[in-house]
Design a protein around this ligand. Structure first.
Ligand SMILES: Cc1cc2nc3c(=O)[nH]c(=O)nc-3n(C[C@H](O)[C@H](O)[C@H](O)COP(=O)(O)O)c2cc1C
Length: 323
């Protein structure tokens, strides 16, 4: 079923291309504003009320078009929602959805039940995430299969977006034809000039042919994530992508307290992380972070990585992705 007519225009967005929020500092105002200025919807993903406010202000200097902010529900506090509500769209992920912003609110869901819960809680739209997605993965089936099931369950015309497996214009066209009002891409925009991923991380992804769905980098957030292999995954992972039982047990124990660890301490823990460390946190390597994370941290990437062969400017990507 083709997308309903209103599409993303209802949110003031011109083109049906959304850049996924990528945490750990990968998508800041530079990437988000470049995407939005090109007609898509760019998404800022930084932790903390102060940094969120500063990033929105910087993005506003670079574009007058709508900007989104991404918040992870297990970590986001009330003040973060207040700061994020200065953006045009707030995108939430992971956890029990409820409306916490007067702005347009989208929730990323990995199942029919999660999508229905978000719609019932008043979300203005749902991003359906497939299992092929990069970063933290809630979906358990291919994105288009889930889209079809969610479409059948939710009211006609309710805005759905699809994430996972989007890297080329044909993917976006397929998404629109399948009834989505937009396609959401993370990995494709990670491999843009404006993303803050460490240059060595980008190089690894350009060379990569495959990804692994794992629970290895679960210290502080014991949730499944899709990554490209590095020294840490080589050291710890079995063929099933699972971390050893003791690592998982420690991650579960630490998970509850993670949101209370101040960013300064988290930074120190990340800098001390080595491939053979039993506790491996979720911070990816960025151009301003510690270099050790290229081998000891998560190289988040979706399955599309095998189809991506170059780093390009974000605006060019928005235009290229638009069918
Ligand atoms: C490097 C990276 C970081 C991510 N960080 C977040 C995040 O902080 N919040 C979020 O909602 N989703 C995050 N995601 C998942 C995206 O929202 C989206 O589901 C995913 O990128 C879609 O799959 P793709 O990467 O194959 O395009 C991240 C994805 C990647 C690749």
């Amino acid at each position: 079923m083709p997308s309903d007519g209103a599409g993303v225009a209802r949110w003031g967005v011109e083109l049906p291309v959304v850049q996924a929020g990528m945490g750990g500092g990968i998508s800041d105002h530079r990437l988000a504003s470049a995407v939005s200025e090109a007609g898509g919807l760019g998404t800022i993903a930084v932790p903390g009320a102060g940094p969120i406010a500063a990033e929105i202000a910087s993005a506003r200097q670079l574009t007058g078009r709508p900007i989104a902010v991404n918040l992870l529900l297990p970590f986001a506090r009330r003040s973060w929602f207040a700061a994020a509500s200065e953006a045009d769209v707030v995108v939430t992920f992971w956890g029990r959805p409820r409306r916490r912003t007067p702005r347009t609110w989208l929730h990323q869901a990995g199942s029919v039940a999660e999508a229905a819960a978000a719609q019932a809680a008043g979300a203005d739209g749902v991003i359906v995430q497939g299992v092929q997605a990069g970063g933290h993965v809630r979906g358990t089936m291919p994105a288009f299969d889930l889209l079809e099931r969610v479409r059948a369950r939710l009211p006609d015309g309710y805005p759905l977006l699809v994430a996972g497996g989007i890297a080329e214009p044909a993917d976006v066209r397929d998404a629109l034809e399948a009834g989505a009002c937009a396609a959401v891409a993370g990995t494709r925009f990670l491999l843009s000039e404006e993303s803050r991923a460490h240059p060595a991380y980008k190089e690894r992804l350009i060379d990569a042919e495959e990804t692994v769905l794992s629970d290895l980098f679960g210290a502080g957030w014991p949730a499944q994530h899709r990554v490209v292999t590095n020294a840490a995954t080589e050291h710890w992972l079995g063929t099933d992508g699972r971390a050893p039982r003791l690592n998982r047990a420690l991650n579960q124990v630490l998970g509850a307290g993670a949101r209370f660890v101040p960013p300064r301490i988290q930074g120190r823990l990340a800098a001390a992380q080595r491939p053979a460390s039993r506790m491996l946190g979720p911070t990816p390597p960025t151009d301003s972070g510690p270099e050790n994370l290229v081998e000891a941290g998560p190289l988040y990437a979706g399955e599309t990585v095998r189809r991506i062969g170059e780093v390009r400017p974000a605006a060019e990507l928005v235009r290229a992705l638009t069918p």
